[in-house]
Design a protein around this ligand. Structure first.
Ligand SMILES: Cc1cc2nc3c(=O)[nH]c(=O)nc-3n(C[C@H](O)[C@H](O)[C@H](O)COP(=O)(O)OP(=O)(O)OC[C@H]3O[C@@H](n4cnc5c(N)ncnc54)[C@H](O)[C@@H]3O)c2cc1C
Length: 815
């Protein structure tokens, strides 16, 4: 009996020590004391076994002992197995900073650290800009006119954007810019997402490009010259990295700059002769200044001994002789300015290198260092903004569109996509605003930027497809009345640019995160490179403690024992505890995958993607939990919170099971599965009751609908373009009164109390009034309401030859 008790207490004690990553000493203490009890009280065999265990722990766990025999052996093995990190990868790894992503990677996220990123919201100036300037800009847009009639934004809108400083949101005030916080930039772009061309046009100059590169690396002269001119739109920038041969693998660019002497402003100076071919460059057709990435060579040694200086970035005015610029590509769906740039033997002085000649060869580092912030803001904000409008439009349309005598919003088949749109929008808003908030606290989120870019643009794809589906033919038919179809067709742009999603998901999130965010791997690699045994010992045994800790936490919490303490209310706390549990499981599986596959993991992209999916879903859930914690919730929001968290946790567990199904080492896979999910999967897709609740809320004049569509263009001012969202909002407010009238009239019609030929709703209203079934003011109300509904349901039609650009080749068929 005592033997059994000692074994149980020893195991519980060791698990307790492991869960806390308390180190070898407490473990040693537990085993030694229990061993002593065993020997003294007659359980001698177990007592001795426990002492042997204590001796093993001491030999392997106490630094002074293990450094004599174990650490050198581990060091040698690590030296052989550790993946070689290329210079390019090292640059990417060193870029940006680690925050909540690192907490998740540790497997023991400290929620207070996330809450410490306090969110002060927008400043008064930023709030006023979002409320006023963004509404004015949005109110100048009609998607059809921009996409099909002009293939451009209207000139008065360009003028307004320049005048109001939209292109200088990231530029400090001392250079004439708006110097907005990351949150404000995001809020602006979310509001402008009402039109994708507008969003991209404003987003790009405020993202990775000349403005940001100059701010960070430019010489004083370059800053003083360009930044004020970029801020007020006198200069329109573009940045050319991609070419026909170098897409995702941007460092393979074949564009060259050869150091040579040449003429500049009538003088012979040292400079570069550039030959390049770039394509798909946003804003290029109208850009006045081109940021260009190229490989710099100094074959004649004019600058020194190095011949291949590496990737370099320069700023080149459009009118530089030899620049071939101005032609346009036609991005799918959206006519934002995009085109090729070519140049042969274009001579520029060395001073045009961003940061001056000293920054020759530093281009790749500059780009990856800047990428994290812009990639976190621009496209994710576009996705979140589209989500806000999708909620507003889809909820509005499905309430006023009646089929089978019911609003289609009340049909369960429609409620499913409606709830999905709402959840995607809700998660996207939380993720983008909370991550922007960390940027405002000085974080440069490298891994979250890849998560947000790929996950949120995939949400965007899903939201747009769902919104199209619930609109039926209403948004399939293009024309000035269609507010959705063009955004839908332009969606692949977001999927592809700033790191195409397939590559980002498969290669970057985990591939970069595994080393970048891991609490120990970078230190281990550095210790290996420095041949520093003590540093290696510290890192590798810290790492070992983390592995045991993650295994113990994942397993016990998977059994429901010792849930982590979290500082949240009863709605969010269970989800936060599950994020913590799955983070431990993730940490364990990430280490196991790295250890078992070594450098081969890089090639096993499908495995790497699933690990990335776990991390992504846990990251998004964490942002949601923080957002919930910080904001006042409204009626029905709890249903949306449950739905969203369950969806994310379901997806995380799904990724785990797919990982276990496919890990090549089957024994390892089964062990991991047993430790990480000891009772199997816990999370299923959200229940239908949440779906119904959410769908109803977003298709009625509810507080939840208003919250989800906050900071959109939702007003209709005189002189503005038609605003369908504002009109839906009015209709939804009125539909509370209309619905009982509809029901009364429909019942009367079905009971034969109204003439059978009253087939149109308008005719039935008249008939019901004449029959005394409804009051006169109800009839007046319903006439107006029906008129508005019919107008919102209407689509455009065109002359027979309207779509042919070559009218001479139109065949009229009937003549
Ligand atoms: C409308 C538009 C605007 C753009 N604006 C700019 C701009 O302003 N400046 C600029 O420099 N560039 C710009 N680009 C280029 C853009 O950044 C690239 O399109 C993008 O990097 C992907 O390159 P690619 O299209 O050549 O795809 P490819 O590299 O040919 O990739 C094809 C597919 O393979 C996948 N893939 C590639 N490598 C891997 C991998 N290792 N693992 C898994 N999957 C992989 C990709 O995800 C993609 O799905 C723009 C592109 C478009 C379409």
């Amino acid at each position: 009996m005592l033997e059994l008790l000692l074994i149980i207490v020893a195991m519980a004690g060791l698990v307790w020590v492991m869960r806390r990553e308390a180190g070898a000493l407490p473990a040693l203490g537990v085993l030694a004391v229990l061993g002593l009890i065993g020997v003294v009280f007659g359980a001698v065999t177990v007592g001795i076994l426990l002492w042997l265990g204590a001796a093993a722990v001491a030999a392997c766990g106490l630094p002074t002992l293990r450094r004599r025999w174990l650490t050198p052996r581990l060091f040698a093995a690590f030296d052989k197995a550790a993946p070689k990190v290329s210079e390019t990868e090292r640059t990417a790894l060193e870029a940006g900073s680690v925050a909540w992503d690192g907490e998740l990677f540790s497997g023991r996220p400290q929620w207070q650290r996330l809450l410490d990123f306090r969110n002060a919201g927008l400043s008064e100036e930023e709030r006023a800009f979002v409320d006023h300037q963004c509404s004015v800009a949005a109110g100048m847009c009609n998607a059809w006119e921009i996409a099909r009639e002009r293939a451009d934004l209207p000139p008065e809108l360009w003028e307004y954007l320049k005048r109001e400083g939209f292109f200088g949101m990231i530029i400090p005030k001392r250079y004439g810019g708006l110097e907005f916080s990351a949150k404000a930039q995001s809020a602006v772009l979310q509001k402008l997402a009402v039109n994708e061309t507008l969003m991209v046009t404003v987003g790009v100059p405020n993202s990775l490009g000349p403005g940001e590169l100059l701010l960070k690396y430019g010489t004083e002269e370059q800053k003083n010259h360009y930044l004020p001119r970029l801020a007020d739109g006198r200069e329109i920038p573009c940045f050319g990295l991609t070419g026909p041969r170098a897409g995702s693998d941007a460092t393979s660019l074949p564009d060259v700059g050869i150091v040579c002497r040449g003429q500049h402003n009538g003088q012979e100076v040292l400079g570069l002769k550039l030959t390049f071919e770039k394509r798909w460059i946003t804003l290029a057709p109208i850009a006045t200044v081109v940021g260009l990435a190229f490989r710099m060579f100094d074959p004649d040694g004019l600058l020194g001994d190095t011949s291949d200086l590496g990737i370099t970035c320069a700023l080149i005015p459009r009118d530089t002789p030899g620049m071939d610029i101005g032609r346009r590509h036609h991005p799918i769906g959206s006519p934002f300015m995009n085109g090729p740039i070519r140049g042969k033997d274009v001579f520029i002085p060395l001073e045009w290198i961003i940061g001056g000649p000293d920054m020759a060869g530093q281009g790749w580092r500059m780009l990856v260092e800047c990428l994290s912030v812009g990639r976190c803001i621009t496209l994710p904000s576009g996705a979140s903004g589209i989500g806000r409008y999708a909620v507003g439009w889809a909820g509005g349309f499905t309430r006023i569109r009646r089929q089978f005598n019911l609003p289609v919003a009340d049909m369960e088949g429609v409620q499913e996509p409606l709830a999905r749109i709402a959840a995607h929008a809700y998660i996207a808003q939380a993720a983008v605003m909370q991550t922007a908030n960390t940027i405002d606290h000085g974080v440069k989120p490298a891994v979250p930027s890849a998560i947000l870019k790929s996950q949120l643009t995939e949400f965007q794809r899903s939201m747009l497809a769902d919104a199209m589906d619930v609109h039926g033919g209403r948004t399939v038919t293009l024309g000035p009345r269609n507010y959705l179809g063009i955004a839908y067709s332009a969606n692949p742009v977001s999927i592809t640019v700033e790191g195409a999603n397939i590559m980002t998901r498969n290669l970057m999130i985990f591939g970069q995160g595994a080393i970048r965010c891991h609490p120990y791997v970078l230190d281990e690699l550095a210790a290996k490179d420095d041949n520093d045994l003590v540093a290696f010992d510290k890192a590798i045994f810290g790492h070992a403690g983390m592995v045991f800790g993650n295994a113990a936490r994942a397993f016990t919490q998977g059994l429901g024992i010792g849930k982590s303490r979290v500082p949240f209310d009863e709605v969010a706390a269970p989800y936060a505890q599950e994020v913590s549990r799955l983070a431990s499981a993730f940490g364990l599986c990430a280490d196991a995958a790295m250890a078992s596959l070594g450098s081969g993991l890089k090639k096993r992209e499908m495995l790497s993607a699933r690990l990335g999916d776990v991390l992504s879903n846990l990251y998004l859930a964490s942002m949601l939990i923080k957002q919930w914690h910080e904001s006042e919730s409204v009626e029905h929001e709890a249903a949306l919170m449950h739905y969203s968290c369950r969806t994310l946790l379901y997806r995380a567990e799904q990724a785990f099971t797919e990982l276990f199904d496919n890990l090549p080492n089957r024994a390892l896979a089964m062990t991991l599965s047993a430790v990480a999910l000891p009772l199997g999967r816990r999370w299923h897709k959200p229940q239908d009751r949440f779906t119904r609740d959410i769908a109803r809320a977003i298709s009625t004049d509810s507080a939840l609908r208003h919250k989800l569509t906050a900071d959109t263009w939702n007003t209709q001012e005189a002189g503005q373009r038609d605003n369908p969202l504002a009109r839906y909002n009015v209709l939804l407010a009125d539909s509370e009164r209309a619905e009982p009238l509809y029901r009364r009239i429909a019942k009367a019609y079905s009971q034969g109390e109204l003439p059978a030929e009253a087939l149109h709703p308008e005719q039935r209203v008249e008939a019901a009034w004449e029959a005394g079934l409804i009051e006169e003011d109800d009839a007046i109300f319903m006439r107006r309401f029906e008129r508005e509904v019919l107008d919102m349901l209407s689509v455009d039609d065109f002359a027979f030859d309207a779509f042919a650009t070559d009218k001479d080749r139109v065949v009229w068929h009937t003549t």
